[in-house]
Design a protein around this ligand. Structure first.
Ligand code: NI
Length: 170
């Protein structure tokens, strides 16, 4: 499973609306495996296909299902053609960084909970209910498929000081 190069702004693939996936064959399986490996190596907690230069609607996320619970194990999510179906009106600010925008952080207001619908890597229907940071990661990754990056939504953006804690990148 080769690690792919993560592309950064101003690469135009990050500004394109990604194509829906219609074939769940070997090419998709290779892309998904490579994205998982690339996310882990970065390291990151989420990655969207445009971040490896592929304009397809595929995201991978690896994060504890409930990060408020101590020792909650990390869970891997692969979602093809993800859509955010239910989104809480209640929002909260959080600090985000992105593997495709190195050296910047921003404060972004996101919904507290979402329901993500899509397909598994084998084409089966999939539904995920997420809250807190997991919900934030899904919102960030689905934005990537629309050509939207966190700096578009951020209320403020800054270069982190060397002593600021390192964020989980997405
Ligand atoms: Ni990102």
């Amino acid at each position: 499973m080769p690690i792919r190069e993560i592309v950064a702004l101003p690469n135009p693939v990050l500004r394109r609306k990604a194509r829906p996936v219609t074939e769940f064959g070997p090419a998709l399986q290779i892309l998904v495996d490579d994205m998982i490996e690339t996310m882990r190596q970065a390291p990151g907690v989420g990655l969207a296909a445009p971040q490896v230069g592929v304009s397809d609607r595929v995201i991978v996320v690896e994060y504890p299902a409930d990060d408020e619970q101590e020792d909650s194990p990390k869970k891997l999510y692969v979602v093809v053609n993800p859509e955010i179906k239910e989104i809480s009106t209640e929002t909260e600010p959080g600090i985000e960084g992105c593997l495709s925008i190195p050296g910047l952080q921003g404060e972004v207001e996101r919904s507290l909970s979402v329901t993500v619908k899509g397909r598994t890597r084998r084409g089966q229907p999939l539904k995920i209910k997420a809250k807190g940071w997991l919900a934030r990661i899904f919102q960030h990754e689905v934005d990537h498929l629309e050509g939207v990056v966190f700096t578009d939504r951020a209320t403020k953006v800054w270069k982190p000081e060397p002593d600021e804690p390192v964020l989980d990148n997405v």
